[in-house]
Design a protein around this ligand. Structure first.
Ligand code: GAL
Length: 354
């Protein structure tokens, strides 16, 4: 190359590098082309506190093995700084794609930015990462879950005093659930049929917070409470342990996740319902989509959810109401829980026939 052509060559090279940098993740340029070795998936989880997240983790591992992807899973235990750092580490190690279940849906936007700087696409898992360019959202229909909880409560306790216990306010799901619940309950409030005597969020989805909120509500209302709309099974459990014995089984209590202890409470009668969210299709669809994004392939989506910055292409799975009447047809039939575990505290002659 002579001295006259060198500047032109350098200019061209710079332009080429620039276009490579601005090319969006999840676009037509995946980091790892087909057939160039296993896709490397970095998975960042907020917590393993609830049983469901332990399932998610095991199923991520299972699916990665099945599709021949390598995955590394990090758990932040509710600490945003730790989650950010763990994602940085995964990026430094050179993962091709990130799946993130954020502790804080706002703060996690910086994880998306860091990943995109390295051309690594990000899937927001179960909980939406807000105000970011996140590539895909894989979850259940969260607003619908809130509606299911509230509709169930209203169908069975059409009148009376209601307590609403939300989850962690740092979790976008907690906000959406209450939104869904209120869309069903507000007309009943306006009619004067029900009164929401307490509406609070339980920090970090803690059962102990739900217990405190319920105790306060019982005291303030002389135990005159007809329904507790708890946003998940952990908070439901906390609320139930605050109930005096004469109210257990009388006050309607909702939940979410179909955790084993919750389903046990349902067959025993202290919790009224939960929302069953099969985790296998959720985790599997996230891993499958991750592999596609890493290879620059298109992921088929039917809907979008706005996260404050953009309409995020979304894969949203259907949740299902679970109460005493359909335990057999749902969690037992699916093998999500074993009959002998669910009915462990019920005399054997009262077990349903299989
Ligand atoms: C939510 C999730 C629920 C529940 C809760 C507490 O975001 O959708 O299934 O597990 O977090 O971790």
């Amino acid at each position: 190359m002579n001295t006259r052509t060198r500047p032109i060559f350098l200019l061209l090279l710079a332009a080429l590098l620039l276009t490579a940098c601005v090319k969006g993740p999840g676009g037509d340029a995946g980091k790892r082309a087909k057939g160039t070795g296993p896709v490397r998936i970095g998975i960042s989880m907020d917590t393993l506190k609830e049983e469901r997240w332990q399932r998610d983790k095991a199923l991520f591992e299972q699916r990665c093995k099945e599709v021949g992807a390598e995955c590394e899973i990090q758990v932040a235990n509710g600490d945003d700084a730790v989650q950010t750092k763990q994602c940085d580490n995964l990026l430094t190690k050179g993962v091709d794609v990130l799946i993130v279940a954020p502790h804080n849906g706002q703060i996690a936007a910086s994880i998306v930015e860091a990943a995109h700087r390295q051309n690594v696409p990000v899937i927001s898992y179960d909980r939406l990462i807000r105000n970011s360019d996140v590539d895909l959202y894989v979850a259940h229909q969260v607003v619908k879950i809130g509606q299911m909880q509230a509709q169930y409560a209203l169908d069975h306790k059409p009148k009376g005093n209601y307590v609403l216990i939300g989850g962690s306010q740092t979790d976008n799901n907690a906000i959406l659930l209450v939104e869904g619940q209120m869309s069903v309950l507000q007309p009943a409030v306006d009619r004067g049929d029900i009164k929401i005597v307490t509406k609070q969020f339980a920090r970090e989805w803690l059962a102990s917070e739900a217990l405190r909120i319920t105790e306060d509500a019982l005291t303030k209302n002389n135990n005159d409470i007809q329904a507790i709309v708890a946003s998940n099974d952990g908070t439901a459990g906390g609320a139930i342990s605050a109930l005096p014995p004469q109210l257990v089984g009388k006050v309607l209590v909702t939940g979410q996740d179909a955790a084993l202890d919750a389903v046990q409470r349902i067959v025993q009668g202290s919790q009224t319902m939960t929302v069953y969210k099969p985790i296998q299709p959720l985790a599997f669809s996230a891993v499958d989509a991750a592999v596609k994004l890493a290879r620059g392939e298109k992921v088929e989506t039917k809907e979008t959810i706005n996260n404050g910055k953009k309409d995020v292409p979304s894969i949203l799975h259907l949740p299902q109401v679970l109460d005493k009447s359909n335990v057999m047809d749902t969690v037992i039939k699916d093998g999500y829980h074993k009959l002998e575990d669910v009915y462990k505290n019920v005399p054997k002659d009262q077990w349903p026939k299989q």
